[in-house]
Write a protein that binds this ligand. Structure first.
Ligand SMILES: Cc1ncc(COP(=O)(O)O)c(C=O)c1O
Length: 482
């Protein structure tokens, strides 16, 4: 990377940043959150519940990997707005996008794309599909990750019922019962998901989400099956036998649950899985596991959905995380959002709805965001950002392994591909302390599961940023060791 030509110029300093004018490191002037953030939170709280607000950002000043907060603290952002920023803050190529009047008009005249798409829409969709489609021919655009999963379930149910119904049209009874939520029009079908999964917060997606009670409590839900997801021990090389047992346990449960729900007359039409469970704890499973899962799903005439809302877009060092799994055939659906700026999914021809308005909403995505996505994809290619993620991730992971060895009584289980990395702290309260101490030192990270700390930097995160994170983490661990 260092000797390569970057955007037609040779990097001068060995640590030259991919985004010009980045600060050389974090700079913390106040407690985080500081007095300005606290005051703004109070103000906002008068109008809107703001309990989850951590700090207020100054998005005029933030740049590259650095979030500048309302108190002028400069934070190295390893969480990137919950894993969403592909190119960091204020990337020069993205700043140019809406200076072009054509693009600006596309954004401000936001059409209802399902009914009145702009005349350039086929070309724009083709440009995205042809560059990033995970071996699936069709795309459907939505707004967010939950919408992508929720609408995917509908595509799955439509295709499942179509197989049963054959060429026959809907019966009058189906038409009548559908609108009053009764079978056969609203049939008993289900989606199988996994313990520890996170797929979003709309009703269907939430029924497949199983991370924290606070996301679900008091909300009526659907009686859909939930299988065990493998929980690996680390280092992987020393626990191959136990981890293979975990794979088997999960796969056996998937088979059992499919059989049980078939017997209950609520067949499993689809299985949704994250290639790496993110919110649930950066829980990985082996390529072999996913290959076997795909076989089981196919054998049972169901559809396999990979939720790549968090793993998609390059953070793992590949565009799609499931590319690591060497599957016999592509999955039936791959959902996305976050780094793609808008939500949506790629799917097989078989899952295409056969009538209008069955999978639909007012905006069906946002053409302004598609333009941003085109720019992101172009910059990813021009700056070899997938290679960059692999290099920066390798340095970070290597440093984490060293820290894990040195501070084994505090941290363990370093894991993940690319910069999509995580490690565990031995106790939940101590994990929260480490996160808070890192923040006070100017490094913003996320938690996952009960014990995990996850890194989700932008794709422009580099080796020299990794050195900063490792130095700050070492300082925190030393403080805890005293
Ligand atoms: C794997 C996964 N799926 C779905 C979602 C839901 O996405 P959104 O919050 O955009 O609805 C998330 C959000 O974190 C996610 O991580």
């Amino acid at each position: 990377m260092w000797s390569k030509i970057v955007k037609n110029r040779v990097s001068i300093r060995f640590w030259s940043s991919l985004v010009p004018d980045e600060p050389e490191g974090p700079c913390v002037l106040t407690d985080v959150p500081g007095p300005c953030s606290k005051k703004l939170k109070k103000d906002l709280g008068k109008m809107q519940y703001a309990g989850a607000v951590k700090v207020f950002g100054n998005y005029q000043k933030s740049i590259g990997n650095y979030l500048v907060d309302a108190d002028d603290n400069v934070l190295l952002d390893m969480y990137a707005q919950i894993s969403t920023l592909a190119l960091g803050y204020n990337h020069p190529e993205l700043l140019k996008v809406f200076q072009d009047e054509k693009n600006l008009k596309t954004m401000i005249n936001r059409p209802a794309l399902g009914v009145f798409p702009g005349e350039d829409q086929p070309k724009r969709v083709h440009s995205v599909v042809s560059q990033i489609a995970p071996c699936l021919p069709k795309i459907n655009l939505m707004m967010c990750g939950a919408c992508a999963n929720e609408q995917t379930f509908k595509n799955v149910f439509i295709a499942y019922q179509r197989k049963k119904r054959g060429k026959k049209d809907f019966t009058d009874e189906e038409k009548h019962t559908a609108v009053i939520n009764q079978p056969p029009g609203a049939p008993n079908l289900c989606i199988l998901s996994f313990a520890g999964a996170f797929h979003g917060r709309t009703t269907g997606a939430l029924a497949t989400t199983h991370t924290k009670f606070i996301h679900k409590i008091d909300f009526p839900s659907l009686d859909w099956p939930v299988a065990h997801f493998p929980l690996y021990k680390y280092p992987l090389g020393e626990h191959e036998r136990e981890n293979a047992v975990e794979d088997k346990k999960s796969l056996a449960q998937v088979e059992d649950l499919i059989a049980t729900y078939n017997k209950k007359d609520t067949p499993v039409a689809g299985v949704i899985v994250e290639p790496i469970q993110s919110e649930g704890g950066n829980n990985e499973a082996s390529p072999k596991y996913f290959q076997e899962l795909q076989k089981i799903v196919k054998k049972n005439n169901a559809y396999l959905v990979f939720d790549e809302v968090q793993t998609g877009g390059g953070g793992t060092g590949k565009f799609w995380c499931h590319e690591y799994f060497d599957l016999a055939t592509p999955p039936d659906v791959v959902t996305f959002s976050k780094k793609f700026c808008l939500g949506g999914y790629f799917h097989s021809d078989e899952l295409t709805p056969d009538k209008p308005f069955r999978v639909f909403n007012t905006w069906m995505g946002d053409p302004g965001k598609v333009i941003m996505l085109e720019t992101i994809i172009r910059v990813m290619r021009e700056q070899d950002l997938l290679d960059n993620v692999q290099e920066a991730g390798a340095r970070l992971k290597c440093g984490l392994f060293e820290l894990e060895e040195e501070f084994s009584e505090i941290m363990n289980s370093v894991r993940g591909p690319g910069t999509f990395l995580a490690f565990n702290i031995v106790k939940p309260e101590l994990r929260d302390t480490v996160l808070q101490k890192l923040l006070q030192k100017g490094v913003l990270c996320g938690g996952c599961g009960d014990l995990g700390i996850r890194f989700r930097p932008a794709l422009i995160f580099q080796k020299h940023h990794a050195e900063i994170v490792l130095d700050k983490l070492r300082e925190v661990l030393n403080e805890l060791n005293c």
